[in-house]
Design a protein around this ligand. Sequence first.
Ligand code: PHE
Length: 353
Amino acid sequence: MSQLSLQEIIDEVNEVKRYFYASLENIDGIESLKELEIAVLSKKGSVAFLNRQLGSLDQDLRQSAGAVINQARSEMKGDFDEAFRKLVAKTRDTQLEHEKLDLSEIITDSGFRAGRKHLITRTREELEDIFIGMGFTVEEGPEVETDWHNFEALNIPPYHPARAGQDSFYLKFGDPESMLLRTHTSPVQIRVMTSQQPPIYAVMPGRVYRRDTADARHTPVFHQIEGLVVDKDISFANLAGTIETFTKAIFGPSIVSRLRPAFFPFTEPSAEFEVTCTICEGVGCRTCSNTGWIELGGCGMIDPKVFASVGLDSEVWSGFAFGFGIDRLAQMRYAISDMRILLDNDVRFLRQF
Ligand code: PHE
């Protein structure tokens, strides 16, 4: 290769700069900026190519030409970095602008948009209405419970393995491990039975807490509705009939439900209540862990030990109880694949209900 003169090198550097700055003007996104970086500034770029040509030059010429190339490179690199920063900021601004929620209360020409009750509240109220229609009353209990109401009176003594399934948030007052955030609405059964005389036909909705890691089907705070019937000559058929009636009322005729034998310390016999997964329509998906079914809750005939703990004679009285997840039910009814969105307060989601 013939020797290049300094002027020729300067001309080549200027050519590269001209190309670089012309392209920089017309950049329309991170992608094209990256391409420009590769074409000019990378190891395979034109600056590196110029540098490689230095090898064939005399010592003196090489030094001055090298200085020219370096100077041009750092100029271009500085402007490139600056352009990159601006582009990233601009992309973020556009994204923020795009996702912006107008939380102001200005009433515009487009009309006034009223707020509404949260999906969970609406579902709870609907359930209450259905049960009121079936002759039940609505009762409430505290969210901070005694260990006795939440576990012991329900035939779950200390160290009973059933406690492991309901990992609890204990509170720092009273004797250690004596007060907790209720892990289910079943303690309200105990409160109702110790404060009212049968016959009892009651539902008890409310918030419950478990030390669960949030996932598509679990949140550490959720809602249940408990049902309790205490009367003479109550049978399992009455329980099954009640559940069937409420399922049809809330889901409509197209959803199938099933009872499966299960165990709860406070009911005997016990059953688990499941409905077809509405997300995959029974085929199997992430939400139902590929089973095609979603468990809504449990039920069963009141265990004589529970009657004993509230001072009712199980020779005279019989009854059943059930407990369902309200969030789960809403999730299945509206095919919400991930339950965590119920806690996000994103009005774009909440507005749909
Ligand atoms: N309390 C039980 C739970 O949270 C559900 C249940 C209620 C089971 C009433 C039987 C009777 O898992």
